[in-house]
Design a protein around this ligand. Structure first.
Ligand SMILES: [Zn+2]
Length: 499
């Protein structure tokens, strides 16, 4: 398969170099700060531990950088699927209660997954397509959630003597970059330094076993096949047999023979159930493949031939073919395939969303609006249906209706960039300028652009809104953004002092 997009390593490295620079750190400052004895220790006030809010701040900053990058998959269907799957596992772990988790997908063929501080869990698209079952995919998510609840990374960061938050950001950023592109390494860093930094985010054998143990309990609790953890390890082992470089996930989550055996043994403690893959699992895999295959005419022709002969039978292949047709602007041919699939799986919102997309390309979106409205009444909270419906209202110049619908679900979507982006667009078109500024501020905050976010909040505050609570709410948002700007400045100053 040819990949049209540039390879990740450069993209990620340059992004992460950007991250280091914006936090005013150089890699040399890590060693320098480690040597400076009179520096304030991280979280000194809180008894030398990394506080939850510090951990959250580190995670938020890295995530903001990732959100601004091109390699984050912004597709609402893929994002929504991984979020829902992740939260099924979170619900099966009592230690995860009350913590915020966010799952996201990185567009990259390699097999990898990682947990950042603050409950952010990233999965490479290549891991999703390499998984042989939904339970295998769930086993990786559960394992990463366990790393977070057990504070594995946070604890290792705490153990670093005299280390500031920007330095931690740099360590994580540079090591993630090195993991992506081990040959390139990190400019200006010696092998010893690189190894020392890698060791901070590489999980120890004990950590791995603990995460496996808790992960398998979560798999069982969420109703997945508990044997999938060991199965996936074997898939990984197979993958490394034919290449010099093992799958990236094994660099930070070392795999030993013992670990596979332990996972097998542990799975025996639970009832063995055959978990049926959800329809959405197949659709998401196909949707990812369609993004990678859009410029691969050979593969497309093959699907076309199979379709012509009536040999395109699996859900995955049929959806993949329809997606490719849609992406090529041939929505008229995509529509009957999607309609047939939706008829077979009438409760699947992912299919309905895709059908709405095809209708939009075909400029017949009003045809699907009654079905969207009907399904939205049945499941009012479905983000996919809310976004699809609001988008069609906007297409048809019904911006007030789009805004009204979106605002009904503001609370649950305040961390969803796709949602905030669409809401700001609806508010702009509806002529609700102060509200549009407030939403744009929230959106930019998620992207880590604190100063521009602040400007939009100020604009919102200075214009008159009909909402009687607006002033107090925006005032609070402004205070929050000012606090975050101060935190970043303090940490940068601390880091400069260290350097
Ligand atoms: Zn691990």
């Amino acid at each position: 398969m040819n990949k049209p997009k540039p390879k990740l390593p450069q993209k990620l490295s340059s992004l992460l170099v950007g991250l280091s620079l914006s936090s005013c750190i150089t890699l040399a400052s890590l060693t320098a700060s480690a040597a400076a004895n009179d520096l304030p220790k991280l979280g000194e006030a809180a008894g030398a531990t990394l506080s939850v809010s510090e951990e959250q701040m580190i995670g938020d900053q890295i995530m903001a950088q990732i959100r601004r990058s091109q390699f984050l998959m912004k597709d609402p269907l893929i994002t929504d699927y991984i979020q829902q799957l992740g939260h099924k596992l979170v619900a099966a772990n009592p230690d995860a209660l009350g913590r915020r988790f966010q799952f996201f997908v990185i567009q990259e063929n390699s097999i990898n997954a990682f947990a950042l501080p603050g409950g952010y869990i990233g999965i490479h698209s290549g891991l999703i397509t390499a998984s042989q079952s939904e339970s295998e995919l769930a086993s990786v998510l559960g394992h990463e959630v366990a790393h977070v609840t057990q504070r594995h990374l946070a604890r290792r960061l705490e153990q670093q003597d005299k280390i500031s938050i920007p330095t931690i950001l740099g360590v994580i950023a540079s090591v993630i970059a090195a993991t992506q592109d081990p040959e390139a390494g990190i400019a200006g860093m010696s092998a010893t330094q690189a190894a020392a930094q890698q060791s901070i985010i590489t999980h120890t054998r004990d950590n791995e076993q603990e995460a496996d143990r808790i992960g398998i309990t979560m798999l069982a609790g969420a109703g997945f096949d508990v044997r999938a953890a060991a199965d996936f390890f074997e898939t990984l082992q197979q993958a490394s047999r034919y290449t010099q470089m093992p799958p990236e996930i094994l660099l930070t989550h070392p795999l030993s023979r013992n670990r596979i055996a332990a996972a097998r043994e542990r799975s025996q403690l639970y009832p063995q159930i055959e978990h049926q893959n959800s329809v959405s699992y197949y659709l998401v895999k196909a949707r990812i493949k369609s993004i990678e295959m859009v410029n691969n005419n050979d593969s497309f022709r093959l699907l076309e031939q199979k379709f012509g002969k009536g040999q395109l039978t699996s859900i995955e292949d049929r959806y993949l073919y329809a997606e490719l047709l849609k992406k090529k602007g041939r929505s008229q041919q995509a529509l009957p395939i999607l309609k047939a699939l939706y008829k077979e799986y009438p409760d699947n919102h992912l299919l309905l969303f895709t059908l709405a997309e095809a209708h939009r390309v075909n400029k017949t979106s009003s045809e699907i609006l009654p079905e969207l409205t009907k399904q939205l009444e049945k499941t009012p909270g479905s983000t996919k249906l809310i976004l699809a419906t609001a988008q069609i209202y906007l297409d048809n110049n019904q911006s007030q209706q789009a805004e009204k619908l979106l605002l009904r679900y503001a609370d649950v979507n305040q961390h969803n960039p796709n949602y905030l982006y669409l809401l700001a667009e609806a508010q702009a078109k509806a002529g609700h300028t102060p509200e549009m500024h407030e939403t744009t501020g929230q959106y930019l905050l998620l992207l880590g652009d604190l100063r521009t976010a602040k400007k939009h909040f100020e604009l919102a505050l200075n214009s008159t809104s009909k909402d009687p609570y607006a002033q107090t709410r925006i005032q609070a948002r402004l205070e929050e953004v000012n606090k975050r700007i101060r935190e970043v400045l303090t940490e940068n100053a601390r880091s400069r002092y260290a350097g």
